[in-house]
Design a protein around this ligand. Structure first.
Ligand code: PFF
Length: 465
């Protein structure tokens, strides 16, 4: 296979089976993006219109790009930077393609910096829920509690630090050792709890309104900001466009089916996001709260439900524990590309690589913490009001720009630069038509759709009256 690799060590690790890959990639995909971000983006983006665009992007862009990422990783079996370098040489493309890997690493740092802060809020809410405080307060008081918490940087810093240190330790020990086992148990339980919450929501007086909000499409709400946000969220939620799925693919055994695995990962991720929406919006409406509350949404809404439910202290605590686990299994995939690259090219031990990368993301995270208190500033972006300064900038820069750009480049490389026999060799699709459909989506549909949306983002204001 790759010939141009004399100075680059292989990433030797391999998942113990295809199922472990599916589990790990699902662990990467399912996270705060599904349960925290998806509901608040739907809330701000006007409900069903956002959901519809999101689902279309998953089908037309998410599926082909995820297959492409896994394919590239498995073919080269290296970190994203070196995968792109080796494959570009092999396929006679320019060495500049390794830029995709660099962009991905930078994106991983930026995402992890704010991801860890939100995961820190989640950790704090494990203990708050366990303390029983929500059972004694009314919805407005519960809402106010969150406001007091996030505007106290010293408190948030402790939880952010705790999350980042634990993430670093897990990454340092290697993915297989502890995490694999935990995920095997945690993910199914999270799903069951989410279903239980949906049942609870079905009994609330806001259920009809919640369903209506999620699924009835009011096309007048499809503004450029909403469409771009939904497309970005598809990348964010599926962990696409930055090399996280690529590096997991690089540990995939040669015999495993790429298409079958991809479908399972995407189905699980989409189901969790929709269930989170079904659980949350009925409670929002039943309590007369605001669906467009933004990032605080679930931290204000779910404690209300847990406060009213019998046994809510127990179930609520368990829910936030599982959400922290979902966040861990995503966070490790955010720095794995950088850790693998440092280990491969610089010869660092995993421990050193993990501490360096985790430390940098921790530092950047301080900007997000301050964005919710002393350094909050607001601006408008594509018609949406953003009030949390650096947090919003990092989020927009990654979710709306670098992930989609990375995704386009990956699709173009796989679709246009790789030789057809090499693609067929990796994908080994049973049906020829299936391969042609994938190639068409990868060559044309995904890059053109995402590209047009991005162009509109940059130059759209010239078209506005
Ligand atoms: N997919 C994760 C989530 O939905 O929470 C977040 C994420 C992980 C984004 C890994 C990007 C990534 F590479």
């Amino acid at each position: 296979m790759a010939t141009a690799d004399v100075h680059i060590n292989y990433v030797h690790a391999q998942w113990s089976s295809r199922w472990v890959f599916v589990l790990a990639a699902t662990g990467s995909a399912v996270g705060l993006g599904n349960i925290w971000k998806f509901p608040y983006m739907v809330g701000q983006g006007g409900g069903g219109a956002f959901v519809l665009v999101y689902l279309v992007c998953i089908a037309l862009v998410g599926i082909p790009i995820m297959m492409a990422e896994v394919l590239l990783g498995r073919r080269a079996r290296r970190s994203p930077v070196n995968t792109m370098r080796v494959l570009a040489l092999d396929e006679g493309a320019g060495a500049g393609w390794q830029f995709v890997g660099w962009l991905g690493m930078a994106t991983g740092f930026l995402i992890l910096s704010f991801y860890s802060v939100v995961a820190g809020w989640t950790l704090a809410y494990v203990f708050r829920t366990a303390s029983g405080v929500f059972a004694t307060q009314d919805p407005q008081q519960i809402k106010a509690l969150f406001g007091v918490f996030v505007t106290d940087p010293a408190k948030v810093l402790i939880w952010h630090t705790l999350f980042m240190v634990t993430t670093t330790v897990i990454v340092a020990r290697g993915v297989q050792a502890g995490l694999e086992k935990a995920v095997r148990f945690m993910m199914p339980v999270l799903l069951i709890l989410l279903l239980a919450l949906v049942f609870y929501a079905m009994g609330s007086s806001g259920f009809g309104q919640g369903i209506e909000f999620l699924f009835s499409t009011d096309f007048s709400r499809l503004t450029p900001g909403v469409i771009l946000g939904a497309m970005g969220q598809a990348f964010f939620s599926l962990s696409l466009g930055m090399g996280a799925i690529l590096i997991y693919g690089s540990y995939l055994p040669q015999s495993a089916s790429i298409a079958g695995s991809t479908f399972m990962i995407i189905a699980a991720d989409t189901a969790v996001a929709l269930l989170a929406g079904l659980a949350i919006f009925p409670i929002v409406f039943a309590n007369g709260l605001e669906p467009a509350a933004g990032p605080p949404l679930i931290f204000e809404i779910l404690p209300i439900a847990f406060g009213q439910m019998p046994g809510g202290g127990f179930w609520g605590t368990l829910f936030f524990v599982l959400l922290v686990f979902a966040a861990w299994t995503s966070a490790i995939s955010l720095i794995e590309p950088a850790v693998a690259w440092l280990t491969e090219t610089r010869g660092f031990r995993r421990m050193v690589s993990a501490v360096l990368t985790g430390g940098l993301a921790w530092l950047l995270g301080l900007l997000t913490i301050m964005s919710f208190s002393h350094w909050a500033f607001s601006f408008r972006f594509l018609g949406l009001e953003k009030t949390n300064g650096f947090f919003d900038i990092f989020d927009i820069l990654t979710t709306n720009i670098t992930l989609p750009v990375g995704g386009i480049l990956i699709a173009v490389f796989a679709g246009w630069k790789m030789q057809r026999p090499h693609l067929q060799d990796e994908l080994r699709l049973a049906s020829r038509a299936g391969f042609e459909v994938w190639l068409f989506l990868t060559r044309f549909v995904a890059p053109v759709m995402v590209g047009l949306l991005l162009l509109y983002l940059l130059f759209g204001h010239y078209f506005d009256a």
